[in-house]
Ligand binder design. Structure first.
Ligand SMILES: [Zn+2]
Length: 252
């Protein structure tokens, strides 16, 4: 039984066959799924999907690429959605300096205010940090939340140590199956068993050998498999410990 702790099943990539995909992944052993919001609209959709399916839970939040025109009214909407009992986290929120779709000071402001919201609501946060390690670290040190995870972790081992000191967990996607993932392997090997979660980030980031195709939560098995290999454990052990970590983290 596997827990995909970060996927976007509300993405339009699944518009043609969402129900089929969800049926199939259940049969294939994905027994829990966290559907991540990334805008007000996708957060609404995320909560709706979670209300429809027992095994799906939602996070609500505005992604750095989508927060360019975010208003205080939008923040209120996210706060209201977070009251739903299937909404178990604030996210994904953070900083993304890869594309710079949103000015950096605007990203930082909306990241900070959503961290504060999570703290007020006593909800865990899901953090997106792409090529913005220094600034992300600075902000999470300043605004401390009860629980948090760095999704698709791409920082250094040194940063990982700092984050664990702050109480954060780290989560890994199919990127760890790519050829150039040596640094992530080193971090996975070092990371204590109770600090790791697994995810697909579907429909993005398909693991090898499916790279380039639409990803779906069933492929979280390939992520678990790779982690088992790196840590010298069995797939069953990794499935069990990431399930336990995910349930505790999201309080499910
Ligand atoms: Zn995502």
């Amino acid at each position: 039984m596997l827990f995909d702790t970060h996927a976007h099943l509300t993405d339009e990539a699944f518009d043609g066959d969402r129900a089929d995909v969800l049926h199939r992944i259940r049969e294939n052993g994905v027994s829990l799924l966290l559907n991540a919001g990334s805008s007000v609209r996708s957060s609404e959709d995320s909560v709706k999907l979670a209300e429809e399916y027992d095994f799906i839970y939602a996070s609500v939040g505005v992604h750095p690429e989508d927060c360019k025109d975010m208003t205080s009214n939008d923040l209120q909407k996210i706060a209201a959605l977070a009251q739903n009992k299937k909404a178990v986290a604030v996210g994904e929120i953070g900083l993304d300096y890869h594309y710079d779709f949103t000015p950096r000071d605007v990203q930082k402001r909306h990241f900070s205010e959503q961290l504060e919201l999570a703290r007020e609501l006593d909800l865990p946060v899901i953090i997106h940090d792409r090529e913005a390690h220094g600034d992300t670290l600075e902000i999470v040190k300043k605004i401390k939340v009860q629980r948090g995870v760095f999704h698709c972790y791409s920082g250094s081992l040194e940063m990982a140590k700092e984050l664990l000191g702050l109480g954060y967990l780290l989560s890994f996607t199919g990127v760890i199956t790519f050829k150039n993932a040596a640094r992530s392997h080193e971090i996975v090997k070092w990371l204590p068993d109770d600090k790791i979660m697994i995810e697909t980030d579907s429909p993005y980031l398909s693991p090898e050998p499916l790279r380039g195709k639409r990803n779906d939560p069933g492929n979280v098995r390939l992520v678990a498999q790779k982690i088992a290999e790196i840590k010298g454990k069995t797939l069953q052990e990794i499935a069990a410990l990431t399930m336990k970590n995910g349930r505790e983290f999201f309080n499910i």
